[in-house]
Design a binder for this molecule. Structure first.
Ligand code: PMP
Ligand code: GLN
Length: 383
């Protein structure tokens, strides 16, 4: 008899990021699709990594993460957000925010529970919810500014609502939640007894003088949130797949129960290197906003001569471009065609929706060397 497998995720294929990066490589296209820097991480960080590997720090770290790194995380959160957290009971180092999100969802979603996600939403959320036996309820963000739609959010809440997944700064739109939004959400989650997963991996990438408002800074959110962060974004080491989760002790205890059987630990020399770098250069994250804002501006300024319309991104390292004056083709088809024919790859925004609205948007990653951004803009101006 043939062994049979019934898919737990029948509607899921290979992620759009993997597909577009592969297509870009196949056609030698400029790859502004998948979100990662094409420049290297700080030299001191890479040197620290090499040093720790060569010094023989190559065995398992403690399940919750190395104490030295969790202490540096607590110091950074205090410095950047003015929030204290206990490194022993509230901080868990995870092999990437993706793993942390999965563990948080697994820890708190039971079969039949409803989880609110705000579309367009990051592609990992819905599969996590489904694997936990829950049901994702998709609430679209407002058009065209990707702000919270309070009416639709409230209409989606019901007796089975268990968890709200937030993401600010927001991938793919680059929008950010304001302080007023956070105060509103505080009241909302209290009223409905919701838990929160707050995906803040782009916390340091906010532009034009905006502040990032972390769920950790709002008491009623703090007491019910798993807040997720990624060293990959902050230190330009997406390939090191390391991040952390901050949550109250009771939530952290449940997250760790799952984490210890998903991956058990994050990579040891990576954690040692990050701890050294954070100790030596505590102000590094504060340099990121200006660094990426300059790249955003370079890209956007070079596109003023193009037929795209756009509003400069408020955060993240993504810029949306509206191509409705250029083509009526759907974004997925167009994204693939331009990769093959024009030599430039981007991410179609419709894939982040349960029901894509009638819009024509592509997402471009501007975490790239200036020359690549200039070359990309040149191609886009010719379209
Ligand atoms: N959330 C969002 C919104 C992201 O864009 C990413 C990017 N990769 C992640 C989570 C995952 O981060 P990590 O690479 O640390 O798993
Ligand atoms: N977060 C990255 C992006 O949005 C990609 C991560 C991945 O490939 N899974 O492009």
């Amino acid at each position: 008899m043939q062994p049979m497998i019934t898919s737990k995720l029948p509607r899921v294929g290979t992620t759009i990021f993997t597909r577009m990066s592969a297509l870009a490589a196949e056609h030698g296209a400029l790859n502004l699709s998948q979100g990662f820097p094409d420049f290297d991480a700080p030299e001191a960080l890479r040197e620290a990594m090499a040093r720790h590997v060569m010094a023989g720090h190559n065995q398992y770290a403690p399940m919750q993460g190395l104490a030295a790194l969790r202490e540096q995380i607590a110091l950074q959160v205090l410095r950047c957000r003015g929030v204290s957290c206990d490194p022993d009971t509230e901080i868990t180092v995870v092999p990437g925010a993706t793993e942390g999100i999965f563990c948080a969802v697994m820890a708190c979603v039971a079969p039949g529970d409803e989880v609110i996600v705000l579309d367009p939403c990051y592609d990992s959320y819905q599969p996590c919810v489904e694997l936990a036996g829950g049901r994702a309820i998709h609430v679209p963000l407002r058009q065209p500014d990707f702000a919270l739609d309070r009416e639709r959010l409230e209409a989606a809440l019901g007796a089975r609502s268990r968890l709200l997944i937030l993401n600010s700064p927001h991938n793919p739109s680059g929008s950010t939640l304001s302080r007023e939004d956070m105060l509103y959400l505080e009241a909302l989650v209290q009223r409905h007894g919701l838990l929160v997963v707050s995906d803040e991996v782009y916390e340091h990438l906010v532009f034009d003088g905006r502040a990032h408002h972390s769920a950790l800074q709002f008491p009623a959110l703090r007491e019910r949130s798993f807040a997720l962060f990624s060293f990959g974004k902050t230190f330009s080491v997406t390939g090191w797949k390391t991040g952390y989760c901050i949550a109250p002790a009771a939530l952290t205890a449940e997250l760790r129960k799952v984490h210890q059987f998903v991956s058990f630990v994050a990579v040891t020399p990576v954690q040692l290197a990050l701890a050294d770098f954070m100790r030596e250069q505590p102000d590094y994250p504060a340099t990121l906003a200006a660094f990426y804002q300059r790249k955003r501006d370079l890209f956007c300024d070079a596109l003023h001569a193009s037929r795209f319309s756009f509003t400069p991104s408020a955060g993240t390292y993504f810029q949306l471009l509206d191509y409705s004056r250029i083509s009526e083709e759907d974004d997925a088809g167009l994204g693939e065609r331009w990769t093959r024919e024009r030599g430039i790859a981007a991410i179609p925004v419709s894939v982040f929706y349960e029901q894509p609205p009638p819009q024509r948007l592509l997402r471009f990653c501007f975490a790239k060397n200036d020359a690549v951004l200039e070359a990309a803009a040149e191609i886009l101006c010719r379209i």
